[in-house]
Design a protein around this ligand. Structure first.
Ligand code: GLU
Length: 423
C-alpha cells in the first residue's frame, strides 16, 4: 500500500484544507469576517470501539465522527475504514464535505467519520460487530435531522445496512434516513453505488468541452479502482476513450492500446486487486506518473499529486475523484503548466448528490426510477460546474478557488443570517 499512502509534503490533510480556505478569503468581501468558523470543526467525537475477535481475544479500535459545519443543514459525509484514519484526516474530510454540499447547493452541512482499521483483515462477522458497536458509540450525535453518514473508502452498502439497523434499534423503530448508500431493499436509492464515478465522468465531459479536448481516443489514466475509479474508467471506456493505465493497492498496469475495463472489473472482483490481470503489462508504481495521457483521474486517497509528480504529469485535464488528492503547492504547478483541474468538491460530488436524493426518498417513502435519478444527477452536476466555471472566469482564478468562493458565500451568508448565539 505504500505508493497509495499519505506522502508527506510538509503539510497534512487539514493543513491542505486550511491553505485552500486561505486562498478564498480575498474574494469574500465582508463575509470574510465570518471565515474563521470554517477553520475549525464544530463538533468532534472520538470513540473507543472494543471488538471481540472471532478467536475470543479483544481488540480496541479508534473511531471518529466530526461535524465540521452545520450552518446549512444536518451534517453529511461518509464513514472511512482504513489503517491511516486519524483525527486530522477526518477533520479535513469533514471540511471538504461542508464545501462540497454547498457547491452543489444541497441542504446539508459537512461531516465525516472513520475507524482506524484494515477491514480486509476482519471476518464478515467481525466487520459487522465493529460496525454495530461504532454506530452505537456515535449514535448520540447522528440522526436523519442531525448528521447522516454514508459509505467512503473501505465501507459499502452492507455496512450502511448494519448502521441503519443498529441506529433503528436504539430508537425503537426503523429509521431509514439516518444513513445513505444503503442496500436498495433497505431504503437505498437506485444509482447510488455508481453515482460518484458517474459524476466524475459527467463533470469530465463538461470540462473537456470547455478546453476543446475530444474524449474519443483520448488517453485516460486512473489511480484507484474502487467504487469511484472503476466506474469512471468504465464510462470513459464506453465513450471510446482509451484507459491506458490503472493503479490500485496491488500494483499498476499499462496497455498503450487501452485496457478492457469490463474484463478488469470482473478480474478485480474475483481477485480483490488488479495484480496479475493478463490484459495489460505490470509497470512500476511510480511510472504511472510518466505515462502519456490526456486525462488523469486520481480516485484513491488524499496527498497523491506532489510537486514532483505535478511536474511530470502529462495530462491536460485532472478529474479529482478522490478527496484531497492534490497538495496546494502541486496545484499551483499544474495551473502554471496550463492543466485544468476539476476539484474534488465538485468532481466527486455525484455520490453525495444521490445520497441527498436517497434521504429525500426515505423522508417521502416514495422512490424514483434509476433514469429519474441519473437525469437529476446529471442536471445538478452540469449546472454546478457551469456555475463554478463562470465564477472562475469572473474572478480569474482556478476552478478550485471558484468552487470555494461559491460554497463559502453560501455557508457564510447562512452563518450571518442565523447570527451567533447568544449574540
Ligand atoms: N464519501 C462520499 C464523499 O466523500 C459520499 C458522502 C455521502 O454520500 O454523504 O463525498
Amino acid at each position: 500500500m505504500t505508493h497509495l499512502s499519505y506522502v508527506n509534503e510538509n503539510t497534512d490533510a487539514w493543513q491542505t484544507y486550511l491553505a485552500q480556505i486561505d486562498r478564498v478569503a480575498p474574494h469574500l468581501g465582508e463575509l470574510a469576517y465570518y471565515l474563521d468558523t470554517l477553520k475549525r470543526p464544530k463538533r468532534t467525537l472520538i470513540v473507543d470501539v472494543p471488538l471481540v475477535m472471532d478467536d475470543g481475544s479483544i481488540q480496541h479500535f479508534e473511531g471518529y465522527r466530526v461535524q465540521h459545519n452545520l450552518s446549512r443543514g444536518p451534517g453529511k459525509g461518509g464513514i472511512r475504514y482504513h489503517p491511516s484514519v486519524d483525527l486530522n484526516e477526518v477533520m479535513a474530510l469533514s471540511a471538504w464535505m461542508t464545501i462540497k454540499t454547498a457547491v452543489l447547493n444541497l441542504p446539508f452541512g459537512g461531516a465525516k467519520g472513520g475507524v482506524r482499521v484494515d477491514p480486509s483483515k476482519l471476518s464478515t462477522r467481525e466487520l459487522e460487530r465493529l460496525t454495530r458497536r461504532f454506530t452505537t458509540e456515535i449514535s448520540p450525535i447522528i440522526g436523519p435531522q442531525k448528521d447522516i453518514p454514508a459509505p467512503d473508502v473501505g465501507t459499502n452498502p452492507n455496512i450502511m445496512g448494519w448502521m441503519m439497523d443498529t441506529y433503528s434499534t436504539t430508537q425503537g423503530h426503523t429509521v431509514t434516513g439516518v444513513v445513505t448508500g444503503k442496500p436498495v431493499h433497505l431504503g437505498g436509492s437506485l444509482g447510488r453505488v455508481r453515482a460518484t464515478g458517474r459524476g466524475v465522468f459527467v463533470t469530465g465531459l463538461e470540462a473537456a468541452k470547455k478546453i476543446n479536448l475530444t474524449i474519443e481516443n483520448s488517453k485516460v489514466v486512473v489511480q484507484g479502482f474502487g467504487n469511484v475509479g472503476s466506474e469512471a474508467a468504465y464510462l470513459f471506456n464506453q465513450a471510446n476513450a482509451q484507459v491506458v493505465a490503472v493503479q490500485d493497492h496491488t500494483g499498476t498496469i499499462f496497455n498503450p492500446n487501452g485496457i478492457d475495463i469490463k474484463a478488469l472489473q470482473k478480474y478485480v472482483e474475483e481477485h480483490r486487486g488488479l495484480a496479475g490481470f493478463s490484459g495489460a503489462e505490470p509497470i512500476d508504481n511510480e511510472a504511472l506518473w510518466d505515462v502519456e495521457m490526456d486525462i488523469f483521474v486520481p480516485a484513491a486517497l488524499e496527498g497523491q499529486i506532489t510537486v514532483e509528480r505535478a511536474k511530470r504529469l502529462t495530462a491536460k485535464l485532472v478529474l479529482e475523484g478522490a478527496n484531497g488528492p492534490t497538495y496546494p503547492a502541486a496545484d499551483d504547478i499544474l495551473i502554471e503548466r496550463g492543466v485544468t483541474i476539476v476539484p474534488d468538491v465538485i468532481c466527486n460530488a455525484g455520490g453525495v448528490t444521490v445520497s441527498y436524493f436517497e434521504w429525500v426518498q426515505d423522508m417521502a417513502s416514495y422512490f424514483w426510477t434509476e433514469d429519474e435519478i441519473n437525469q437529476r444527477l446529471d442536471k445538478l452536476m452540469i449546472q454546478a460546474i457551469a456555475d463554478v466555471w463562470a465564477m472562475a472566469d469572473q474572478k480569474s482564478c482556478s476552478l478550485r478557488t471558484a468552487a470555494y468562493i461559491l460554497a463559502c458565500e453560501r455557508i457564510l451568508i447562512a452563518r450571518k443570517e442565523r447570527g451567533i448565539f447568544p449574540g
